[in-house]
Design a protein around this ligand. Structure first.
Ligand SMILES: [Cu+2]
Length: 248
């Protein structure tokens, strides 16, 4: 009888860590699908990673240690591009639209890795449940704080002669910003995306943070006539280029 109890306890332990790994994998798939549907453009790398996570939901189990090791290594590797491309979203609580999905997928990958390692190492079921509870708590707290900070963050006020630039759909509108230095004194930038952006004009030494759905004003001061490139400095936003055409 004691032997039976030990066996069933061990089985329950394995299933708990495996469940944690599967919750993480499922979380990544949900995030990737939502991101694809929300962004409207097809990202083959993201879809490939999501497909591998989806397949692992079916094929990874306790009986095939090789598959479990491969899954755990794969999950750990996906954390690298996630942090490279998501670090900006992660560090801007005031842009809930990009912070919350980034927090979600980071926790999902962490659970996938922890689940794989816990399963391989035979860690206790209690630790697995604690890990899941902590991840849920971190997500709920992060989500709540981000929503409050995002809603309460103020926008700047425009001046009457400002030249307007919009960030919309991960692009600048207009793509060529005509700026008459004899009449205008600054740029009024309206971020219409749910994501955080920056507006940078490297040749003028300008870089301003643009929280999601907020407006910011830059006083350009004295600026020489010419053409200057406008970019967004966030990794993955390289397509956000425009031109500031200064006359006057
Ligand atoms: Cu951007």
């Amino acid at each position: 009888m004691p032997l039976q109890t030990a066996e069933s306890s061990e089985t329950r332990t394995e299933r708990t860590w495996l469940t944690l790994a599967r919750i993480g994998a499922a979380g990544f798939v949900v995030w990737a699908v939502a991101l694809q549907l929300g962004s409207g453009f097809f990202d083959p790398i993201l879809i490939t990673l999501a497909a591998i996570y989806a397949v692992s939901l079916v094929f990874v189990d306790s009986e095939h240690r090789g598959r479990l090791i491969a899954f755990t290594v794969f999950a750990a590797l996906t954390m690298v591009p996630n942090l490279v491309f998501g670090s900006s979203d992660f560090s801007h609580l005031d842009s809930a639209g990009s912070f919350i999905p980034q927090l979600f997928v980071t926790l999902a990958i962490a659970l996938a890795v922890a689940g794989g390692v816990g399963e391989l190492r035979g860690w206790s079921a209690t630790t697995a449940r604690t890990s899941l509870n902590r991840a849920v708590t971190v997500f709920v707290v992060g989500l709540s704080v981000s929503l409050v900070v995002s809603v309460t963050a103020p926008s700047d006020r425009p001046l009457a002669d400002d030249v307007t630039v919009d960030a919309e759909g991960f692009a600048w509108a207009p793509g060529v910003v005509e700026y008459d230095a004899s009449t205008a004194s600054g740029l009024w930038i309206d971020n219409r995306d749910f994501a955080h952006h920056t507006l940078a004009v490297p040749d003028l030494g300008i870089e301003i943070q643009l929280p999601a759905s907020k407006s910011r004003r830059i006083d350009l001061g004295e600026v020489e006539p010419g053409e200057y490139q406008i970019v967004c400095t966030i990794p993955g936003h390289e397509s956000m280029t425009g031109t500031l055409e200064v006359t006057g």
